[in-house]
Design a protein around this ligand. Structure first.
Ligand code: NAG
Ligand code: NAG
Ligand code: NAG
Ligand code: NAG
Ligand code: NAG
Ligand code: NAG
Ligand code: NAG
Ligand code: NAG
Ligand code: NAG
Length: 622
């Protein structure tokens, strides 16, 4: 019986594929607007939570699918982040950052191929037609659609659009909307508090079902979500306001207890699954999650309590490793496997991981990491709790083979391989990672320890931000306990302990100076690089920049204008007054302009041998 319906589905699937093959609207995606300065912009997709496609019908799974945090999805829908499960096919607004990628307007969402996935299946069902398989094929030129390996990461370009026509009322953004069988322009207009002429102006006349249209969003939530929202779970808002402090304290207390409780459930779960009872372990997992859900409900109102809910997510999101497994893979945490400090390289199932030994204070880092999921942030793969030695905790990260940026800048042989184009790319990657943690998490996360040794490079020398050990959720907080690294600490933080995202912008400015000069952030005698730049380079013209530039850079041909532009950007980031520093969004935007001259060469099948400074670039291609 089961196999019969399976074949039926398979046949249906094949049938649908051929039908779809005719003329799917927007099959290749939306062409970019001529005016490129409108990119990137914030946009939204209307996603209907596909019950049969998500690991769990909740905001976290939807957030994971779109590389957004649960909280940002919750905010876009005016839902409580700790709220209950979603209804099947519940419409949700998902926030996107819309960019112009190879001349098509999309939000590039990384997606890891799982067993049974095809480009068609994932774009049609998992992403609910918010993209199409021809567009996916175009954006993944190195992947063979008929032979996808499990675990490989593909980019799914979710269709999106930035406002490229004149509108009398400026919307918050444009929503990518997939027309449903029952929809007409009139019904969609009513659902989004707009009108039919506006929809026609944006999309042309109405076409077939399941085609993508763009709808202006004027309010969050739009009428569609209001009329559709299920009754909110009973809450007692009156308690929250006057007794906030009490509740927060309670939540922290419960947070830790909940945490310990969950850890014991985890270890229980590990031991049962070792007994080979894998099917029953799922139930236990489920009950652990519900328990956490209940606790969460009890203390719902404060910020801190989210922790409890988030912990429950680790169970499905991360692998739980055994200590034996980690010891075996890291030569028993021996010196030969040590990367640096308390970080070890381990090989498990043929794949390398970076394993970080924590001193029981993993909680903060985990709390941050589980919220963030971005291509420019080092990914947490799993963790391990070692009961035997009094509760050691280990975090298992993806391993980036080319190590930290500071090493590359300091060793002359390596520094020469980092030509200007690669350095700008690294700066942009870092800016994108920081922009993500600043803008797409709530409460905002401040990294607090941005520096070249916390920037890791992968095999293609693409950069990722690492080490969230000092990162804190919270904005405009004041702390008396000053942490950080000499040469990178922002003046207002040193003086008043003021923690804002602008302190990361300052440290980022220092990283830019290091990329340009190849010098260390704090030179001999602790002299800050930024102070040196202020004295000798800022505002002194091209010649001063050329003289100060890394000699390894000067050797390769590089456009001095572009270097000067980056030095100017660094100067803005290093303003003494934090409010005058640009946001990471503005930084990323400015840099993407600086990178534009290189961008197309990079897109064209990574054929780097055509570049002018070919001697260096040969080695940097794949
Ligand atoms: C391009 O868009 C920017 C930002 O919206 C605007 O300031 C500029 O005038 C536009 N340029 C043209 C040529 O339309
Ligand atoms: C958002 O949700 C809150 C609490 O559920 C509610 O009070 C508020 O009216 C909602 N906002 C809108 C615009 O519906
Ligand atoms: C983008 O469009 C421009 C002009 O329309 C064209 O010259 C360029 O080759 C295109 N780039 C890509 C990557 O398709
Ligand atoms: C996407 O579109 C196809 C037809 O092109 C349709 O069969 C399918 O059901 C749609 N997917 C969703 C989730 O609506
Ligand atoms: C599919 O890919 C695998 C590994 O990437 C390769 O070994 C195999 O030969 C490929 N099969 C076909 C039919 O291309
Ligand atoms: C928008 O309006 C400006 C001036 O009002 C005009 O120059 C421009 O062509 C218009 N753009 C479009 C796409 O209609
Ligand atoms: C609808 O079809 C027309 C002509 O076939 C096309 O120009 C237009 O882009 C389509 N609109 C959408 C939203 O697909
Ligand atoms: C790369 O460049 C070489 C020589 O310029 C050319 O022969 C080759 O076809 C190019 N490869 C791709 C994938 O564009
Ligand atoms: C990255 O590191 C690997 C291993 O250390 C090395 O083989 C590769 O050449 C490096 N990549 C670059 C671009 O140097």
């Amino acid at each position: 019986m089961m196999s019969f319906s399976f074949f039926l589905l398979l046949a249906l699937d094949l049938l649908l594929q051929s039908v779809d093959g005719q003329t799917p609207p927007l099959s290749d995606g939306v062409p970019c607007a001529a005016n490129r300065s409108i990119y990137p912009c914030s946009a939204y997709a209307l996603y209907r939570a596909a019950a049969d496609q998500l690991p769990a019908l909740d905001l976290a799974s939807v957030g994971d699918l779109f590389g957004a945090s649960r909280l940002s999805v919750a905010r876009s829908n005016n839902l409580s982040a700790t709220g209950a499960a979603l209804r099947p096919y519940q419409p949700l607004l998902v926030p996107l950052t819309c960019s112009c990628n190879s001349n098509r307007s999309s939000a590039a969402i990384p997606y890891q191929i799982a067993a049974g996935d095809t480009f068609y299946q994932v774009s049609t069902f998992k992403f609910g037609n918010l993209t199409s398989y021809p567009a996916v094929e175009l954006d993944n030129p190195t992947l063979i659609p008929t032979n996808l390996s499990i675990g490989v990461t593909a980019v799914f370009p979710i269709f999106c659009r930035c406002l490229d026509i004149n509108m009398t009322r400026r919307p918050l953004g444009l929503v990518t909307y997939v027309l449903q069988p029952s929809d007409t322009y009139a019904s969609v207009a009513a659902s989004f508090a707009t009108d039919v002429p506006t929809l026609i102006a944006l999309n042309g006349p109405q076409n077939g079902t399941f085609s993508v249209i763009f709808v202006p969003l004027y309010q969050i939530p739009p009428p569609l979500l209001l009329s559709d929202s299920s009754p909110a779970p009973a809450s007692s808002p009156d308690v929250e306001n006057d007794r906030d402090g009490v509740i927060t304290g309670l939540a922290i207390g419960l947070g830790i207890t909940g945490f310990l409780l969950l850890l014991s459930v985890i270890s229980l779960w590990i031991s049962t699954s070792k007994d080979g009872k894998s099917s029953s372990s799922n139930n236990e997992l489920a009950s652990a999650t519900t328990n956490a859900g209940k606790m969460e409900f009890a203390v719902r109102s404060s910020e801190e309590d989210k922790l409890i809910g988030e912990i429950s997510e680790w169970l499905d999101k991360y692998k739980v490793y055994s200590i034996e497994e980690l010891k075996r893979s890291t030569c028993d945490f021996g010196a030969s496997c040590r990367v640096m400090g308390s970080v070890y390289k381990g090989i498990m199932h043929g794949e390398a991981f970076a394993i970080k030994k924590m001193k029981w204070n993993a909680r903060d880092e985990l709390k941050i990491l589980q919220k963030v999921n971005h291509i420019n942030l080092v990914k947490l793969e799993g963790f391990c709790i070692d009961d035997s030695s009094g509760g050691g905790c280990y975090l298992v990260y993806e391993y980036l083979e080319n190590g930290s940026l500071d090493r590359w800048l300091r060793e002359p042989g390596l520094a020469r391989k980092l030509d200007w184009r690669v350095r700008v790319r690294i700066a942009l990657d870092l800016a994108n990672g920081l922009q993500y943690i600043h803008e797409h998490t709530w409460p905002r996360v401040v990294h607090k320890d941005v520096k070249t040794s916390n920037v890791l490079l992968d095999h293609r020398l693409r950069a990722k931000v690492a080490n969230f050990g000092l990162a804190r959720a919270g904005f405009n907080a004041v702390t008396t306990h000053i942490v950080g690294t000499q040469g990178y600490v922002a003046p207002e933080y040193l003086a008043d302990g003021l923690v804002t995202t602008k302190m990361d912008v300052f440290a980022y400015g220092v990283v830019l100076l290091e990329l340009v000069s190849g010098r260390e952030a704090a030179g001999a005698g602790g002299r800050a690089l930024w102070a040196e730049a202020e004295r000798t380079v800022f505002g002194r013209g091209k010649e001063a920049v050329a003289a100060w530039m890394d000699s390894a850079l000067a050797a390769s041909t590089c456009a001095l204008e572009s270097v000067v532009a980056v030095v100017d950007l660094a100067r803005e980031c290093l303003r003494k007054n934090p409010t005058r520093r640009p946001s990471m969004v503005e930084v990323a935007y400015t840099l993407s302009k600086a990178e534009e001259p290189f961008a197309f060469a990079d897109d064209s099948a990574e054929n780097l041998s055509v570049d002018e400074s070919s001697s260096n670039l040969h080695k940097i291609g794949r």
